[in-house]
Design a protein around this ligand. Structure first.
Ligand code: GCW
Length: 657
């Protein structure tokens, strides 16, 4: 199984470095942990099994210190919170020990996985001194999995949960829970936001109980997506109006029933009045009214509701503005246990968007960010596109809402406005394919999402390298090549698919290049291209940002090149900061980007023989298809822009004559 990707990054092969192996064997002879279940018990079990395999000798669990080389797992309340931990050397009962101390059970579990990471990536424990705590309270997986097992925007097979077979659980369920816990995720919404109301029917609640219990053991709270019309669908009421007494009653009773089945359920996620989903607007109520209906029913049980801000009318002109215009006036009207869940950008997980203007616009409302780990618009499971650099750009975006330094990371963590609730949700890319993500390297996104949710300040290079070492081993050459492939891949993908911020150059499959399908987004004509979102002459979007961001976006001369055509309509001859004209940049980036994919493919091929045959071959096949697709993108976009502009490429002749 180590060679089919089924273990993700939870691989524990014998430590190859002899010197380190001796050190680890000396210091990690047995695990000391109280006899308990829950996350602390899971941590002890994981340490024992993993170290036994990594060190090639039995590393048992004992109840107390008894001889040299104990690895002590314990908890102690800490100012850094229950999810924090430290890893230190010290003495326990007079014996030199390696000590993992969690602020509580979850913290100890995260500390255990940290220690395993060090061993997996061959770091000496000599000067061990680690103190960690998560920056985001909520670190969630969001699955768009349907009751019938299909996955909306899933590219790696069917649902990992096996809804039809529940309550029966399999090894996959525990690997799933371990993988999430290993990167510090603490919750999962298991069903699609386009929600089937049957998920909260009594039969389903019964089926979900063992799954919830398994997840609980790994510190993961289960959450459910709700269909806002459930009172009608399940309850036979004639309305779902949040102000209707019968509707309120129905939700109170239903949510009490849900909590009776799953007492520690985290809460709910709702997509309302968006893309055909029911919601409060049809009853003349607001999104806050809708959210508060669920929030009030969940509050007595300690539950929360995450209410999505993703609303739009499928028309390019308003898409960037609708969510801001809808939610900004509702600031302060949401219940304390409600959170507005905002996609990273104002459109829809495009390859590059500016950060959503709602970040920093809701000082009196809990807010969290939604990222997309599944690569809907970023090459699905065919193109390699490592998204950690994209996410970091958003986390690091300075909204200037409370002066400079008011980054998105700070806002969603709750720190800017002193809010207890906040965090991040990632739309997952896992499926029932043996390797979970179909493209073996796409699991780096799953891992990177979790690591950044824990700490958005981590360096992309470190995260990529950590995953590579865990997944493929510590061979220097391999690590350098794979880390390099990951880190450059988003920029390369941008180069051949996203001219200066233009989005939606695709067919309805969100994969095939097709600039003629939705011309409203790029507005290319004979003279120029780009979408005017300025206040002066466009749809007014730039005005949603705080100064100086709004000025920088509004003024052509200050606007960053990479967002130019997202924010402005310009002539093809317009000069970028790089000195190139827009049209020449479009040609160059597409040709250079596609050529780079060819080199990526070659670099992977050079790893032949250094990586186990199956994972190498699977990935080599992905790179072949990736290269074909990149060429298709290049020719489609460059050709389209040539046809529109009739400006020749001054650097290359496209057809050899
Ligand atoms: O990204 C788009 C997708 C839809 C999705 C929707 C949403 C779940 O194309 O498939 O529906 O956004 O986020 O609600």
């Amino acid at each position: 199984p180590d060679e089919d990707g089924s273990r993700l990054w939870l691989r524990y092969p014998l430590v190859a470095d002899r010197r380190l192996l001796d050190e680890y064997r000396r210091d990690l002879r047995y695990v000391v942990a109280p006899d308990t279940d829950g996350p602390l018990g899971s941590a002890a079990g994981e340490l024992s099994r993993a170290l036994t395999s990594l060190l090639g000798r039995d590393v048992p669990i004992r109840r107390k210190v008894d001889g040299a080389g104990p690895l002590v797992l314990r908890t102690a309340a800490s100012d850094a919170g229950p999810e924090s931990y430290t890893l230190r050397r010290g003495r326990v009962d007079g014996t030199a020990a390696v000590i993992i101390t969690g602020g509580a059970d979850r913290g100890a579990l995260y500390g255990a996985f940290h220690l395993l990471r060090l061993v997996q990536t061959h770091v000496t424990l000599d000067r061990l001194d680690v103190a960690e705590r998560p920056r985001n309270p909520l670190r969630l997986a969001n699955h768009w999995d349907n009751l019938d097992g299909s996955v909306e925007r899933g590219y790696a097979g069917r649902s990992v949960f096996g809804f039809a077979e529940l309550p029966e659980l399999t090894e996959r369920h525990s690997t799933y829970a371990r993988a999430l816990a290993s990167v510090g995720l603490n919750g999962t919404v298991i069903n699609n936001v386009n929600a089937n109301a049957q998920f909260i029917a009594p039969e389903m609640l019964f089926k979900l109980q063992p799954l919830a219990a398994l997840l609980r053991g790994w510190g993961i709270s289960l959450y459910l997506s709700l269909n806002f019309a459930s009172p009608m669908i399940l309850g036979g009421l004639t309305t779902a109006d949040p102000f209707d007494a019968g509707v309120k009653d129905w939700w109170r009773t239903k949510i009490t029933e849900i909590y009776r089945a799953i007492p520690d359920l985290g809460g709910f996620l709702v997509k309302a009045d968006s893309e055909g989903q029911p919601g409060p607007i049809s009853y003349g109520r607001t999104h806050a009214d809708g959210a508060n209906l669920i929030a009030e029913a969940a509050a007595p049980h300690g539950g929360i509701v995450m209410w999505r801000a993703f609303v739009h009318d499928f028309n390019a002109l308003e898409w960037s503005n609708k969510a801001y215009e809808t939610f900004k006036p509702l600031d302060g009207k949401f219940a304390d246990n409600a959170i507005v869940q905002i996609k990273n950008g104002p459109i829809d997980f495009q390859v590059r968007e500016p950060a959503h203007p709602l970040f920093g616009a809701l000082p009196n409302t809990n807010a969290m960010m939604e990222l997309q780990v599944t690569q809907e618009y970023t090459g699905q499971s065919t193109h390699l596109c490592y998204l950690v650099p994209q996410w970091q750009e958003v986390y690091g975006f300075d909204t200037h809402a409370e002066g400079s330094g008011t980054t998105v990371a700070k806002i969603i963590s709750g720190r800017t406005y002193g809010r207890e609730l906040g965090g991040v949700a990632g739309v997952m890319n896992l499926g029932d394919d043996t390797d979970w993500t179909r493209h073996q390297l796409a699991a780096a996104n799953t891992h990177g999402y979790g690591r950044l949710a824990w700490n958005p300040g981590l360096k992309a290079r470190d995260i990529a390298e950590e995953w590579t070492r865990q997944t493929f081993g510590n061979d220097q050459r391999e690590v350098a090549v794979i880390t390099g492939l990951l880190l450059g891949s988003w920029q390369t993908y941008l180069d051949y698919t996203n001219p200066l911020g233009v989005s939606f150059l695709i067919k309805g499959d969100h994969f095939t290049p097709s600039p003629q399908t939705n011309t409203g987004w790029h507005q290319a004509d004979a003279e120029g291209t780009g979408f005017d979102r300025t206040v002066a002459t466009g749809n007014g979007f730039t005005g949603f940002y705080h100064r100086p961001v709004s000025d920088r976006f509004e003024n052509l001369s200050d606007c960053p090149d990479e967002l130019l055509l997202f924010l402005h309509h310009v002539p093809y001859g317009h000069r970028l900061k790089s000195g190139k004209t827009v049209i020449q940049h479009v040609y160059d980036s597409h040709f250079d980007g596609a050529a780079e994919v060819g080199r990526m493919r070659d670099r992977w091929r050079e790893l032949r023989g250094r990586i186990d045959a199956k994972r190498w071959a699977d990935t080599a096949e992905r790179f072949d298809r990736h290269r074909e697709q990149a060429i298709l993108w290049r020719d489609t976009i460059a050709g389209y822009y040539f046809a529109a502009s009739r400006v020749l490429d001054e650097r290359r002749s496209w057809v050899q004559v």
